[in-house]
Write a protein of this length. Structure first.
Length: 124
């Protein structure tokens, strides 16, 4: 059945997905698995910082911040795994809103995220 949901555990997140969603989830997991532990640590640290300092953020902003890190990855397909980890840790959730991609290689809408750990700077 084309729309039938099946259980899948991707990055320790139990969820029900369609076959297309499963293929996307597998690609995200593959991108994450094929990057270095050094990049993963640096990218997670940067994303945590972004979530602490921004109530809303989008994939363009996350990508720019991670690309500015001194540690590089050979393939930025790991970005999906990065955001998946942040969701698993309870750092952010989807808003349902999107923005246009800044990448010349992507024409899909870019997700806007709401930080669940945002700490506004009250030192005015």
């Amino acid at each position: 059945m084309p729309g039938k949901k099946v259980k899948l555990n991707i990055n320790n997140m139990d969820t029900e997905l369609t076959k297309i969603e499963i293929e996307i989830a597998k690609a995200i997991e593959k991108g994450w698995d094929h990057t270095t532990i050094q990049w993963k640590r640096a990218a997670l640290t940067k994303l945590h910082e972004l979530c602490l300092n921004n109530q809303l953020l989008n994939g363009n902003e996350i990508t720019r911040a991670v690309k500015d890190l001194p540690v590089k990855t050979h393939n930025y397909s790991a970005m999906g795994g990065l955001v998946t980890k942040a969701r698993t840790f309870g750092w952010l959730i989807k808003t349902g809103e999107t923005v246009e991609s800044e990448s010349a290689h992507a024409s899909v809408p870019i997700q806007v995220w709401r930080s669940l750990i945002y700490k506004p700077n009250l030192n005015l």
